[in-house]
Design a protein around this ligand. Structure first.
Ligand code: SF4
Length: 297
């Protein structure tokens, strides 16, 4: 980079100098700041010129307008939610669960192993694991210590071994060797909380009982101001209130992919993000709209 050239920074005020009007059409209700766009910014500048030199204008006028813009924004407006879902559909039309599996049991094991690990890492481990132990009965016959070397590379391997072997034993003893297809029953398995249960119910049984809330969904739901909570159970409840039930399964997959591709935890790629013009996250790396300090990862 030539000396003296300063890289672009996100606009704290929501007006990014030189920002292109590259966003898709934003409907009514999405928020005044988002709707302003480049043309709106230019019109505002023109009207401010017409108002005369700065010194002759009332000093409170600019501040009052900024407050008004923030106040008029409703992150949960149905039109905004529909726009978010529409843009996610365009961006990720056919995404599914990234964990390799060929049965409900394999998906359950892969999901338990994916905690604090990456799907790529888990997918490296599971094919060999399921060749070595093809059935749930094979896992039920193990001790956690026997399984540990096989899952070591996924991290937290002692706890994960305990959960997988414990879940296998319970499935064999209480559910006839079949992974149950009900939330209440799944939650009785060792190492299975709502996230894992939602993954299995949604991706294998095609049942939309809730929304999968993992680290990506947590971060992006907060950045998009769909929730203010940090607790996954509360985030799930918030999302279930605003996302239509028929979208619960796909929405979670789309957001998880978005978190991997663009909305990264550190330095999200906002300049390439089709949601940019309706996202007001405080930690955006590029902004053509007003940013909101309460929208944090
Ligand atoms: S604009 Fe940036 S912070 Fe907002 S959703 Fe897109 S990548 Fe994430």
């Amino acid at each position: 980079m030539p000396r003296g050239v300063i890289p672009r920074q996100p606009a704290k005020s929501g007006r990014h100098e030189g920002a292109r009007g590259r966003q898709a059409k934003v409907p009514k209700g999405v928020g005044p700041a988002a709707r302003l766009g480049r043309t709106g910014a230019r019109m505002r500048a023109q009207s401010s010129k017409a108002a005369g030199p700065r010194s002759r204008r009332a000093p409170v006028a600019k501040k009052a307008k900024a407050v008004e813009i923030t106040k008029g924004f409703n992150p949960l407006a149905p039109e905004r939610i529909a726009e978010i879902l529409g843009r996610l559909d365009q961006l990720y039309p056919d995404v599914t669960c990234a964990l390799t599996h060929s049965s409900a049991w394999e998906l359950l094991v892969a999901t338990i192993l994916s905690a604090q690990s990456t799907d790529v890492n888990v997918n490296r481990v599971t094919p060999g694991l399921f060749r070595k132990y093809p059935t749930v009965q094979d896992f039920a016959a193990l001790t956690p210590e026997q399984l540990e070397p096989d899952v070591r590379s996924t991290g937290f391997f002692r706890n994960k071994s305990k959960s997988v072997v414990g879940a296998a034993k319970k499935i064999v003893s209480d559910f006839g060797g079949e992974v149950p297809d009900e939330m209440e029953k799944l939650l009785t398995l060792p190492g299975v909380a709502r996230k894992t249960a939602n993954v299995v119910l949604g991706a294998w049984f095609r049942q939309a009982v809730g929304v999968v809330v993992d680290t990506h969904v947590t971060r992006i739901a907060r950045r998009l101001e769909l929730t203010e909570n940090t607790d996954p159970a509360k985030i799930e409840q918030d999302l279930m209130k605003v996302i239509p039930p028929e979208k619960w399964i796909l929405f979670a997959h789309q957001v998880i992919w978005h978190g991997r591709k663009l909305c990264l935890a550190r330095r999200p790629k906002c300049v390439d993000c089709p949601l940019e013009s309706i996202c007001h996250a405080a930690d955006k790396t590029w902004s053509t709209v007003e940013v909101h300090q309460n929208a944090r990862p």
